[in-house]
Write a protein that binds this ligand. Structure first.
Ligand code: 3HC
Ligand code: NAI
Length: 696
């Protein structure tokens, strides 16, 4: 008996109850008493069967991720040792699972002879999301329960399944409506009465026979499952290990799985992904918002503007279960907006991710209006109108006139000053920026822009609401472009110079995709439309040598079939265009620049280093509370490669001294401010500090 494990007996069944809040992770302090309790149940002749259950909100949700990298993680009894012990018991062992039975939790359950699940339980092996493969037999036991093709899909995706699906797939033996522990005891008693043998999962090979006779089918399933692994090692290791389960004897496959696990857990990719796991949870903790702050109630949302962003934002709220009223300037604009919404849901239906019935239900959650008075019952009103201060101020004046007291008034502006918008109202404490990313119904990131007057309960409400609608919210301060777009600006500042000095768009884009980005900056320009930036530059009296010339040629990107690249016959694949190469060379000559070979490393130094530098400035100015918040912004909003953990995490790995030295070099050469090292970055480099060690 211990604080973490208690044992009770009921009619010959020992109930081993784990209690390690909040999620019953398999910490070292739990593994020790658990091992002893299982041994004791094994050795007690009066015990006919065992039920392994958990107190609190869930069965074991995995190994203790915070122990990884420390001695505790591998210290005996390890999770694999616990699994082997459970499996060796000559009496029936039943896992009683509820909540989120994930990773090492499911591995523990699969080492029991039987699994009884609560109807609300979810089971899965999400290790891949931490840059790992299941390291306690998951890849070797799951295929024995479900067949290897289902297993490889589950393990490579890391996506959990519900109890009913788990029953159908063979992961669990029974699903119960209530009284989980009592039902599991009944189940164990029944099995004990039936008598043995109680065959452990490791000894069940029947589901592997077909794949052993035809590995090609499995290989095809594995290839399909891993096709989006994009430079990450873990998905491939998962698939390899499931393959080992088919081709090797159990013990050998298990030993290889452990080897792969130990290799991955000490690698940079897994460190990066574990960093992101904790970073996402840290981002929910905002300095200065105490436990006494209560969120406001949000039952109805108003969205102003049914364009690209307004439509997506409205969908995000409806998908999260909140009714939305959309306001536009005219019925035609509303018709256009609603047609797009309907089309988007239609795509989900055709892909099978939404039923017609669910689509109809969602469509019924929208209402439409051109009259501000119809927003008077909304608890939150978000504007997504044109990006112009005068328009925004006018819209806020109209919102203010009808919004009920205490309603939250939000702007989706990308760059404008949220404090200036708030100051124009009589209730600046209720004003906040909710910066969604396009497409807003898909992209995970939500920058919550806290103005200097924004009330703490408004920030808290936005954070909770963000999570409710499945976003990853990060609180940021007011500045031009907030965190994400401001750093994007720094990343792009020297791109044209690189082109003029000798790089090509395709080289730069390849350096970015090699780095792990989904696409490079020029492919991105073409996707977003070059004319947007062009018009913006014109309005600010700014110019860009290449960008302007390309637009003057009528090349606006994918939508016009050509931009920085060619898109032939409606293709979305960028094809290098000699016309662009010639244009760049002409401009180079015009400006008297000597072209030279540009190395891939130079491209990184002149694009990604300035981005890190801007991140450091953002921290100095307290626009972001901590470096990991910046990482969360870039991972969820800008396709920064997850295996690199975000720009600030990556900067530590790259070496802050190296970054500062090269920034100094490029600053001396170009005189551009983006290369001038931020004092914070310089001082961390000089003192051997790191972003990881900085606290909020
Ligand atoms: N280890 C350590 N801490 C964990 C943890 C874990 N496995 N899972 C959750 N936590 C912590 C969180 O960091 C958080 O701490 P905080 O309150 O101090 O911020 C707290 O538990 C609550 O977590 P959430 O805020 O995420 O709570 P939710 O209720 O939203 O979600 C959950 C619960 C679904 C269990 C979610 O936390 C989760 O997905 N956890 C990770 C599950 C996982 O990846 N398991 C596999 C681990 S690797 C493994 O098992 C290796 C093995 O194969 C050898
Ligand atoms: P959009 O041009 O697609 O849509 C704007 C909509 O607002 C139009 O349908 C227009 O009819 C409507 N509108 C304009 N003035 C209005 C008014 N006074 N009252 C009611 N409706 C009005 O523009 P988009 O791209 O949706 O941008 C909207 C806002 O979102 C801008 O502030 C933009 O900076 C921001 N944003 C845009 C992103 C993008 O990728 N497009 C990403 C994140 C933020």
């Amino acid at each position: 008996m211990s604080e973490y494990v208690t044992v009770t007996h009921e009619g010959g069944i020992a109930i081993i109850m784990i209690d390690n809040p909040p999620v019953n992770a398999m910490s070292f302090h739990l593994r020790q008493p658990l091992y002893k309790a299982i041994e004791a149940a094994r050795d007690d002749a009066s015990v006919e069967g065992v039920v392994l259950a958990c107190a609190g909100r869930t069965f074991v949700s995995g190994a203790d991720i915070s122990e990884f990298g420390s001695e505790k993680a591998l210290a005996s009894p390890s999770l694999p040792e616990l699994c082997s012990l459970l499996e060796s018991l000559p009496k029936p062992v039943v896992a009683a699972i509820h909540g989120t039975t994930l990773g090492g939790g499911l591995e523990l359950a699969m080492s029991c002879h039987y699994r009884v699940a609560d109807k609300g339980a979810k089971v899965g092996l999400p290790e891949v999301k931490l840059g790992l493969l299941p390291g306690a037999g998951g890849t070797i036991r799951l295929p024995r329960l479900t067949g290897p093709e289902t297993a490889v899909k589950m393990i490579v995706s890391g996506t959990p399944i519900g109890a009913a699906q788990a029953l159908a797939a063979g992961v669990v033996d029974a699903v119960v409506e209530s009284d989980l522990t009592a039902e599991a005891v009944k189940f164990a008693k029944g099995k004990a009465t039936e008598g043995g043998p109680h065959i452990p999962v490791s000894a069940r090979d029947d589901k592997l026979v077909a794949a052993r006779n035809d590995l090609a089918a499995f290989d095809a399933a594995a290839k399909e499952a891993t096709k989006k692994s994009r430079g990450l090692d873990a998905p491939l290791a998962c698939a390899q290990s499931v393959r080992n389960a088919i081709t090797l004897p159990f013990d050998e496959a298990l030993a290889k799985e452990r080897e792969l696990f130990i290799k991955l857990v000490s690698g940079d990719q897994s460190r990066a992904q574990r960093h992101l796991f904790f970073a996402e949870r840290e981002a929910a903790k905002v300095p200065g918002i105490g436990k006494d702050v209560q969120p406001r109630n949000i039952a109805k949302v108003g969205v102003i503007g049914a364009g690209t962003m307004g439509g997506g934002i409205a969908m995000a709220f409806v998908n999260g279960g909140l009714p939305v009223t959309i306001l536009e300037m005219s019925d035609e604009a509303l018709d256009r907006g609603f047609a797009t919404i309907e089309k988007n849901y239609g795509i989900s239906v055709s892909r099978g991710s939404l039923t017609e019935e669910a689509k109809a239900k969602r469509m019924a959650s929208f209402s439409r209006t051109t009259d501000y008075a119809d927003l008077s019952d909304c608890d939150l009103i978000i504007e997504a109108v044109f990006e112009e201060m005068s328009v925004k101020k006018d819209v806020f004046a109209k919102i203010e006139a009808v919004a009920k007291p205490g309603a939250i008034l939000a702007t989706n502006t990308s760059y404008l000053d949220v404090d200036a918008i708030a100051a124009n109202t009589s209730r600046p404490q209720d004003v906040i920026g909710l910066h969604f990313f396009s497409p807003a119904n898909v992209m995970k990131l939500l920058e919550i822009v806290r103005g200097k007057e924004t009330a703490a309960d408004v920030v808290l409400t936005a954070l909770q609401l963000g999570r409710k609608i499945a976003k990853v919210p990060v609180v940021v301060g007011v500045c031009h472009g907030f965190v994400g777009n401001r750093m994007l600006g720094a990343r792009g500042e020297d791109l044209e110079a690189l082109l003029l000095e000798g790089a090509s768009p395709e080289q730069i884009d390849r350096v970015f995709t090699d780095f792990g980005f989904v696409m490079g900056p020029f492919a991105m320009w073409d996707l977003a439309g070059l004319d947007i930036g062009w018009r913006n530059r014109k309005s600010l009296g700014k110019t860009a040598v290449i960008g302007d010339a390309v637009c003057e040629m009528g090349r606006f990107g994918q939508k016009t079939g050509k931009g920085m690249y060619l898109y032939e016959n409606g293709s979305r694949t960028p094809k290098p265009d000699p016309e662009i190469a010639a244009l760049i060379e002409d401009k180079t000559k015009e400006l008297g620049i000597a072209r030279r070979e540009i190395s891939d490393q130079e491209i990184i130094e002149r694009t990604i280093y300035p981005m890190v530098n801007e991140g450091a400035r953002i921290l100095e100015e307290k626009i972001a509370a901590r470096p990991s918040d910046i990482d969360i912004v870039w991972i969820n909003g800008y396709g920064f490669p997850v295996g690199k953990g975000g720009p600030m995490f990556w900067a530590d790995l790259e070496g802050l001294s190296k970054i500062v030295a090269q920034l100094d070099h490029w600053h001396a050469k170009t005189g551009k401010a983006v290369f001038d090292p931020a004092p914070l970055l310089r001082s961390l480099a000089e003192t051997g500090g790191s972003f990881a060690a900085m606290k909020a």
